[in-house]
Design a binder for this molecule. Structure first.
Ligand code: HEM
Length: 210
């Protein structure tokens, strides 16, 4: 019991200041894009637009928030893509994901800095980010493209919105309520040693040099 308390008090660094900057540079515009996108996509959510700057201003800000989001995703890709490479343990983790959902992490291969679910979310963001950017440019300058390309871009933009949007909801849940103790990693950059041992044991051993 004493040991558990001590491990809870010891903090280990998980994300550098730059990593956190890149994360929030991506996340803040995404929240605006998600909500304004929802407001423009469906009349059921158009009530959101007055809160986001109004019906005329929000489509304008949506485009520029998209530019900032794209820069964030690009920096994230450069910084984290190598860490999100899937290995054979990750494939085993994904095929037994039911244990993770049931809270039986000990039945899964030990996670390194990121578990396989986090890595998959990372790729969803990279691929989704590229789709948003390319199709967004087409929709921003429709007169420069054929009507068929514009229609296809609208469809792909909406599909990316549904897929990445669903991933985003799961991600926010996991980063806050789902895995208590996670959020501090993206705020102060630090997590407790107990949290690291419980959720990312392979990474914890690596940073402890064991
Ligand atoms: C706005 C609410 C958000 C919250 C509360 C949040 C929270 C977090 C937390 C706590 C982590 C670190 C998890 C860990 O230490 O293992 C993290 C990581 C990450 N976040 Fe976010 N995040 C948010 C939005 C976003 C958005 C919008 C994106 C991209 C579109 C994003 C992309 C990532 C990625 C790629 C990682 C690393 C892999 C992972 O942990 O899933 N986050 N986030």
């Amino acid at each position: 019991m004493e040991d558990v308390k001590r491990l809870e008090e010891i903090e280990v660094e998980r994300f550098s200041r730059f990593d956190r900057f890149v994360h929030w540079l991506t996340a803040v515009p995404f929240v605006y894009l998600f909500l304004s996108g929802l407001g423009m996509y469906s009349s059921k959510f158009s009530w959101l637009l007055p809160f986001l700057g109004g019906r005329e201003f929000s489509p304008w800000l949506h485009k520029w928030a998209g530019v900032v989001f794209a820069i964030g995703v690009f920096l994230m890709f450069i910084r984290w893509a190598k860490d999100f490479m899937l290995d054979s343990d990750d494939i085993q983790w994904l095929s037994n994901v039911k244990h993770y959902i049931k809270g039986e992490e000990e039945k899964l291969p030990e996670a390194g800095k990121y578990n396989a679910g986090q890595k998959v979310f990372g790729w969803l963001v990279f691929i989704g980010g590229a789709v948003f950017l390319i199709t967004g440019i087409v929709m921003w300058f429709p007169e420069s493209f054929t009507p068929a390309i514009v229609r296809l871009s609208i469809l792909l933009h909406e599909i990316a919105f549904i897929v990445v949007g669903a991933g985003f909801i799961v991600h926010v849940y996991m980063g806050t309520i789902g895995v208590p103790g996670s959020l501090s990693s993206m705020i102060t950059g630090k997590v407790s040693a107990l949290w690291a041992m419980a959720h990312h044991p392979k990474w914890f051993r690596q940073i402890m040099g064991r």
